[in-house]
Design a protein around this ligand. Structure first.
Ligand code: AGP
Length: 612
């Protein structure tokens, strides 16, 4: 996904736009650009391939003056991250500049039509077709918003866009369909635009989330919102509850490390006010369906992507084990195109940190289409998935800036545990078992603190494996999804190939990979399958594999069989993933730092994939 910013108001736009792009850089960082309408009404556009630093240097060298402008930081979808493909894209005469986040599905058709009319394209992007369309459809004596609305009526696909023009200066027009966009309503008549609240929070907490099909006109007099189909619409002003410090590093070298160390607090936040000790249950204000409707559910599908898919897998084990309800996890990208067996007795749970992942959003829309009840487990308040689900549970983990998800994962697992408790105690779970789980959830923050104290030991361990070309992560039961998550963390920040596997499955092929050069991370806490994992460890050692084992205290059976122990406290089997994943997050982080990776902005990645 990309980051979009905009500004209209009394202040100079360029510094504010650059600051906003800095706060959105985690959304994509292949190239960046600005367009500012100068006081004399002329339009100035500056773009640079590569990181935002290069654009900042260019603007420092030749400052842009003007109080109205837009900016963009890109994650390439169509066309490589070159200067020509950087946004803003301009009309042929340079009087209109446009930035876009999303994918224009009919860009090819539009491009061929425009080229047949003599338009010369200068980029490989889908976006460029839109700015030429705005140019061609600008009515005689009309306004920028009329031209933009006319163009969007011919566009098929997902977009968040912002447009400025010297033909209608002191105005920014923005529109949204499938890619997030919000307005920041500032003081003194200024209005800001951002792909998410991080872009505007330094200036205002008052935000207006645009809905799909909305467009808005921003001028020094304020803003007006419209529906592409229905004309003027009113959109509520929401207050953002977190502050600037939440999106700054706070003394840590990287956001990823900060967010790993935030987990004791975020685990407190996700359970705060939600644990019922006496009843051994959970209070979830966001579950607005009645108990009757909930008990009418006869199966659950959890759909997600990436790390959220891993937490969903843990949710599957929880719901089947504790709530005794058939549960299946589906990749959102698969679910949306298969012919899923879903009906009014199915609960579909969409798990998403950003609440904007295109595949997950499409999957929940498909489920709704088929009559299922749809629930969200989301971190970003007011995000599209949060607003399109029937009910849900917010993580309250605060903004997660590091591209590699850490605190969101553990909060998702905790939220799934809360929902499992809520449902299971209405079905078949005893109060005593419920109280055990409540107590275990209450103990987690202190237990995570204890594990984080091993950070230096894990950094030293990372030094021993920094040059390993491959890693295997193995776990069983609740620990199998942790093996997958540990492997993903290492892959996405250190670029080392790593694979997560069910420990028993290792014998059916991957064991061929085991030799003295292969580090194998075993998740081996004291759970019902511990003895089986011990046997798997012995199989690996018999083939000279190097074993790193995450264990609880004790583990006497493993003495002399394991090259490195990482010890975590004991807890309820269903909650052990929250503890065993912490060392894997730290291991991935330190290996990546030692390898010189860009930990917070790994190559090729973006924080939330808002395109297919
Ligand atoms: C996590 O480390 C990855 N960056 C990625 O897999 C992410 O979990 C996935 O894109 C889903 O994002 P979401 O939770 O915002 O929907």
């Amino acid at each position: 996904m990309c980051g979009i910013v905009g500004y209209v108001g009394p202040r100079q736009a360029a510094p504010l736009l650059l600051e906003g792009l800095r706060r959105l850089e985690y959304r994509g960082y292949d190239s960046a650009g600005l367009a500012v309408v100068a006081e004399d009404g002329t339009l100035h556009t500056v773009r640079r391939a590569g990181k935002l630093d290069r654009l900042e240097a260019a603007v420092e060298e030749s400052p842009l003056s003007g109080t109205c402008g837009i900016g963009h930081t890109r994650w390439a979808t169509h066309g490589p991250p070159t200067l020509e493909n950087a946004h803003p894209h301009r009309s042929t005469d340079g009087t209109i500049s446009l930035v876009h986040n999303g994918i224009i599905e009919n860009a090819g058709v539009l491009r061929r039509k425009l080229e047949s009319e003599g338009v010369v394209f200068t980029s490989d992007t889908d976006t460029e077709a839109v700015v030429h369309l705005v140019d061609r459809l600008w009515p005689e004596g009309g306004t920028l918003e009329e031209a933009v609305a006319a163009a969007l009526r011919q566009v098929i696909g997902a977009y968040g866009i912002a447009v400025v023009s010297s033909r209608d200066p002191d105005k920014v027009v923005v529109a949204r369909n499938g890619s997030p966009l919000l307005l920041g309503v500032g003081n003194g008549g200024e209005v800001l635009v951002g792909s998410d609240a991080a872009a505007v929070i330094a200036h205002t907490r008052n935000v207006v989330y645009l809905d799909d099909g909305d467009y808005a006109v921003l001028t020094p007099e304020g803003y007006r919102t419209y529906g592409l189909q229905q004309g003027p619409v009113r959109r509520k002003v929401h207050e953002v509850t977190w502050d600037l410090a939440a999106i700054e590093k706070g003394g840590y070298d990287h956001f990823m490390l900060k967010e790993i160390f935030e987990q004791p607090r975020t685990l407190e936040d996700v359970t705060r006010g939600r644990l019922l000790e006496e009843e051994g249950s959970a209070r979830l204000g966001g579950i607005t369906v009645s108990d009757g409707e909930l008990l009418d559910i006869d199966r659950i599908v959890i759909t997600a992507c990436g790390t959220s898919w891993h937490s969903a897998l843990i949710g599957e084990y929880m719901l089947e084990e504790l709530a005794r309800i058939p549960t299946k996890v589906e990749y959102a990208s698969e679910f949306r195109y298969k012919n899923p067996v879903v009906d009014s007795k199915t609960l579909v749970i969409a798990v998403s940190q950003s609440g904007e992942t295109a595949d997950t959003l499409a999957a929940l829309r498909e489920a709704k289409q088929r009559g299922a009840k749809v629930m969200g487990i989301v971190n970003v308040v007011g995000s599209t998935i949060a607003r399109e689900t029937d009910f849900g549970v917010y993580l309250h983990a605060g903004p997660e800036i590091g591209v590699a998800s850490t605190k969101a994962f553990t909060s998702q697992v905790a939220a799934l545990a809360l929902f499992t408790l809520y449902l299971a105690r209405r079905r078949n779970l005893s109060v005593l078992e419920g109280r055990r789980i409540v107590k275990a959830l209450q103990a987690l923050p202190a237990q995570v603190e204890e594990i984080l104290e091993q950070d230096e030991a894990i950094r030293e361990l990372a030094e021993q494996y920094v040059d390993a070309p491959n890693f295997l992560y193995l776990g069983r039961g609740f620990q199998f999804p942790v093996a997958l998550e540990g492997a993903l963390k290492l892959k996405e920040v250190s670029y080392i190939h790593a694979e997560g596997y069910p420990a028993a499955e290792m014998k059916h092929g991957p064991i061929a990979l085991i030799d003295e050069k292969m580090p194998v991370v075993f998740l081996a806490p004291k759970d019902p399958v511990y003895s089986k994992v011990v046997a798997n460890i012995e199989e690996v050692k018999a083939r000279a594999g190097q074993v790193i084992a995450v264990v609880n205290d004790g583990a006497a059976e493993l003495e002399g069989k394991v090259d490195h122990f990482i010890r975590v406290p004991e807890t309820h089997t269903a909650l052990l993933p929250i503890l065993t994943v912490i060392p894997l997050q730290l291991l991935a982080y330190h290996v990546a730092v030692l390898r010189g990776s860009d930990v917070d902005q790994p190559r090729n990645l973006a924080k939330s994939v808002t395109v297919e």
